[in-house]
Write a protein that binds this ligand. Sequence first.
Ligand SMILES: [Zn+2]
Length: 96
Amino acid sequence: MLQITCPWCGLRAESEFSYGGEADIARPSDSEALSDEAWGDYLFMRKNTKGVHKEQWLHASGCRRWFNAERDTVTYQFIRTYPVGASGSGDTHGAD
Ligand SMILES: [Zn+2]
């Protein structure tokens, strides 16, 4: 069974979590000035990375907090998880 490490609760079953899409997508500061195409890109276009990818997860059946994870989209292995807003470096909570 795949397990995910919540930064607050520790290692738990994947069934307790919900996927929240790609992480670190910044809202444009002046959205009124964007073209329809640029706004559409912000809303809908994602990287679909093959390899290590940053994404958001919710511990839906646990602490109900969001966090970020680095995961390899080829092997499904979680490299590490960390609180939203924390830098991409630092503590390693990763496990598979
Ligand atoms: Zn949790």
